[in-house]
Design a protein around this ligand. Structure first.
Ligand code: PMP
Length: 402
């Protein structure tokens, strides 16, 4: 008898299905397509020579190579955690080594947070829209989501307060240049949402994947720093997820969680169970590279990506038909378009690929309740300014036809 796999899968995975857009996105390898779908860094800007040099140094001695290729502790490479503590200190958090865990990308941190905090049926508060990968990380733990709408300053407070009154396990958000809509939570809104979460005793999960990629305006303190300022400088109510994917390279798969030691201790146990530790050699290389070039490299990235953000906003201003509105992000990788009510983002994508050789991601994927049908996400990070202009022109021509 052959196995009926559908019958054998655990109940919690029954809700997990391949997204309908995946088939469409398979077509994106065709060179004639201008894709705003990815949301990935441009490989042309990777610090490849600094990385190559760091590898050479590791392999200069047998001892260096031996320890880089060996197992390491689950908490993460100690010099890298020290670097992270110093970095977080600049953001107002005095964290010790026992308050930092290195993860295999911040995506793994989201999975562990789900595993640590969510039981079947527990409530989790997210923004509408939110990061799709967070929904994918949390959903196998079978939460029920409460989606809080956003305005240009961040999550709407009345809706957040109502959600917190339902006693959720945590509130997850991306305060800076959110994936997908590019929104940044204002300082006043940061303080106000921390007030509300503290009042209701609900932890905040802060995803800071894009924080360093700011192109205009003053940097804002992270939620974890504002929370620490209220609690003697120590991480208290906020679990912070950091990543080197957007500032350095995603392929190393190195991110981190910073939280109170009580939380980090549990997460370390999860790390042991999942994969023992993040790659030793990648942590060593990354520590070397960030120690040398973090600030200068991020500065270079900002100037390249700013040019692209500006190219996308200028092309939209020139070509977008009436009835289309879009966000003007101060950083990150994404512009978010709201289309007239009757336009469906998924149907538009199908036509955009076939008729205009251009792609993006339909916005409904980023809503826990699958609303937002008339929204789309466009990433400007991996496309040259000239192609951005041409791609936006083509999408806008198509929009005029629908
Ligand atoms: N959070 C957000 C908001 C993201 O956009 C991403 C990557 N797309 C991640 C987390 C995960 O990044 P990584 O695992 O590479 O650190």
């Amino acid at each position: 008898m052959t196995v009926d796999w559908g019958h054998v899968f655990a109940g919690r995975v029954s809700g997990m299905s391949a997204s309908e857009i995946r088939e469409l996105l398979k077509l994106l390898n065709r060179p004639e397509i201008i894709s705003f779908a990815g949301g990935i860094p441009d490989p042309d800007f990777f610090p490849s020579s600094a990385i190559a040099h760091a590898y050479q140094k590791v392999f200069q001695s047998n001892a260096g190579a031996g320890s880089a290729l060996q197992y390491t502790i689950s908490e993460g490479h100690t010099p890298l955690r020290e670097w992270i503590c110093t970095y977080m200190g600049k953001h107002g958090v005095q964290a010790g080594l026992d308050e930092v865990l290195v993860t295999s990308g911040s995506q793994q941190a989201l999975d562990f947070i789900g595993k640590l905090l969510i039981g079947p049926g527990d409530l989790v508060v997210v923004t509408a829209p939110t990061y799709l990968g967070a929904l994918q990380a949390f959903s196998p733990y079978e939460p029920r989501y409460i989606s809080v709408p956003m305005d240009e300053e961040g999550p709407e407070l009345a809706a957040l307060e109502a959600a917190l009154a339902e006693k959720p396990k945590f509130f997850y958000l991306v305060p800076d240049f959110q994936n997908p809509n590019g929104t940044t939570v204002s300082l006043a809104r940061r303080e106000a949402l921390l007030d509300l979460c503290e009042k209701h005793g609900v932890p905040v999960v802060e995803d800071a994947a894009y924080t360093e990629l700011r192109y205009d305006g003053e940097p804002l303190p992270p939620l974890v720093g504002l929370d620490a300022a209220r609690h003697g400088g120590k991480p208290t109510n906020v679990i912070y997820c950091g990543s080197f994917s957007k500032t350095m390279v995603p392929a190393m798969r190195v991110g981190w969680v910073l939280a109170t030691a009580e939380v980090v201790n549990r997460l370390v146990l999860m790390k042991q169970a999942a994969d023992l530790h993040a790659s030793t050699i990648n942590q060593i290389i990354l520590h070397d590279v960030v120690s040398q070039i973090f600030d200068s490299h991020v500065k270079t990235l900002r100037s390249h990506y700013k040019e692209r953000r500006d190219a996308m906003l200028a092309a939209l201003a020139e070509y977008a038909p009436p009835g289309v509105t879009w966000t003007k992000p101060q950083g990150g990788m994404f512009v978010w378009l709201e289309l007239p009510e009757h336009v469906d983002g998924t149907q538009l994508l199908e036509r955009a690929i076939k008729e205009a050789n251009v792609a993006f991601v339909p916005g409904s994927a980023f809503f826990a309740d699958r609303s937002g049908k008339n929204t789309i996400r466009m990433s400007f990070s991996a496309t040259s300014p000239e192609r951005i202009r041409e791609g936006v022109r083509r999408i806008c021509e198509l929009l005029k036809r629908v």
